[in-house]
Design a protein around this ligand. Structure first.
Ligand SMILES: [Fe+2]
Length: 133
C-alpha cells in the first residue's frame, strides 16, 4: 500500500503534538516498506513493537497536556487511547496465534488506526490547546 504522506490535513496545529505524529507516521511507513520488501518476520515484528511503544509514549504526552490545560474532553480521549492500544496489541496477538507476519489488510487497519485518531479526536484536542498554549 501507499505510504502515509504527511501534509497539512494531518496537522493539529500544536507543534509538539505534530512532531510526535510525524514520528508515528514515519514508523508506519517503515513498517509498510518492510512488508513490501519482504523483510524478515522478526524485523517486521520489531518495527511494529516500536510503533506501538512510541504510540504509548505519545499518548502519555497528550494526556499530560490535557491535564496541564484542563481539557474537558480528557476522559473520553483517554478512553479512546486505551482502546487503540488494546486493538494494536490484539493485532499482535492475532499474528502470533496465526503464526504469520503483517499483510496488506493489517496495514490498512493500522493506517486507519493511526490517521483516524489524528483526524478525529486529536483535531478537537488541538483546537482546544492551540488557543491556550
Ligand atoms: Fe490522542
Amino acid at each position: 500500500m501507499k505510504d502515509i504522506v504527511w501534509d497539512k490535513t494531518l496537522s493539529v496545529d500544536v507543534p509538539e503534538i505534530d512532531e510526535d505524529h510525524r514520528r508515528l507516521v514515519d514508523l508506519f511507513n517503515i513498517l509498510n516498506r518492510s512488508v513490501e520488501q519482504g523483510d524478515s518476520a522478526d524485523y517486521i515484528e520489531a518495527v511494529m513493537d516500536e510503533l506501538i511503544a512510541c504510540t504509548v509514549w505519545h499518548f502519555r504526552h497528550e494526556e499530560r497536556l490535557m491535564l496541564k490545560y484542563a481539557y474537558p474532553g480528557a476522559g473520553d480521549h483517554k478512553a479512546e487511547h486505551e482502546e487503540l492500544i488494546a486493538s494494536a496489541k490484539a493485532l499482535q496477538q492475532k499474528l502470533l496465534n496465526e503464526g504469520r507476519t503483517v499483510v496488506g489488510e493489517d496495514l490498512q487497519f493500522l493506517e486507519h488506526w493511526l490517521t483516524g485518531h489524528i483526524l478525529g479526536t486529536d483535531k478537537d484536542l488541538g483546537a482546544y490547546l492551540c488557543e491556550r498554549m
